[in-house]
Design a binder for this molecule. Structure first.
Ligand SMILES: [Mg+2]
Length: 270
């Protein structure tokens, strides 16, 4: 039996390209996203189906994983999300997210019984009380590997500005009678610059400004900050609340009675 040649060719084509593959519409960005590693932090989790149909949706989902700490350790933001992060940080959403966190923090604080002069609230400094957005805008919004030399040059300027919602919360907590502890990963060598920057941004009247001392070198942020919380407790303070832009500001033992995570899609500190 003979088959016409066009029918044979068509049948072979059907084997490799079934008809339903032509009916599925695969948007360009989905192809792009599926071909990219999800994490830029050195761990390629396969670029499997991320269920996104646009870069924006993907970057939103990526940021969700950052904020919930689902992503774990990461070094730089995915390059396709650089303009997303830029828009988020400079747009109304970042301010709004920070404001909502501050409002829940204050609502909790108002229910705390204050008495005895040892009621503490801990704030981290960078991206919690003060914003280094100008520095990150000049350095790729987290798409570049952290450069300590450039960072130290920025710190010398003492030009970080107050996060408006945090400054308001800070002053409200002070008025309520909380002792404010500023616990930062910056080193003792930057104490004066940090004080100067905090003052420039409008902060004053804290109880303690705690920086990494000589004995804290090599400790992870979780270890260092946990030890400092333990130190405060041993001095008789009750740590009611803690505010930070990193999970490493908040986790570890002992923890504050309530921890409040501020948004930060630009970098991760273990
Ligand atoms: Mg911070």
């Amino acid at each position: 039996m003979r088959f016409p040649l066009p029918l044979v060719i068509f049948s072979i084509l059907l084997i490799f390209f079934p008809l339903d593959s032509f009916s599925r519409r695969t948007p360009f960005f989905e192809i792009l996203i599926r071909s990219l590693p999800i994490s830029d932090g050195g761990e390629d989790i396969g670029g499997e189906d991320v269920g996104s149909s646009s870069t924006d949706a993907y970057c939103n989902s990526w940021m969700y994983s950052v904020e919930t700490n689902n992503i774990g350790t990461w070094a730089t933001i995915p390059i396709i999300c650089q303009s997303f992060v830029e828009d988020y940080m400079n747009g109304p959403r970042y301010l709004s997210d920070s404001k909502v966190v501050a409002s829940y923090s204050l609502a909790f604080a108002k229910d705390v019984f204050i008495g005895g002069g040892k009621d503490a609230w801990i704030f981290d400094a960078d991206e919690t009380l003060i914003s280094n957005l100008q520095y990150y805008a000049e350095n790729g919004y987290g798409s570049e590997i952290f450069n300590e030399t450039k960072w130290n040059e920025w710190v010398v300027l003492s030009a970080a500005t107050a996060l408006p919602a945090s400054l308001e919360l800070y002053n409200d907590l002070k008025s309520l009678g909380f002792k404010i502890m500023i616990l930062t990963g910056r080193g003792e060598g930057q104490r004066e610059l940090t004080q100067k920057n905090l003052n420039n941004a409008g902060y004053s009247g804290w109880e303690k400004l705690i920086l990494r001392g000589e004995g804290d070198g090599g400790k992870t942020a979780v270890m260092y900050k946990s030890e400092k919380r333990a130190m405060l407790e041993s001095e008789g303070y009750t740590i009611h609340g803690s505010s930070g832009d990193q999970w490493s500001d908040l986790s570890g033992s002992p923890t504050a009675k309530r921890s409040f995570k501020l948004p930060n899609p630009m970098y991760y500190i273990a």
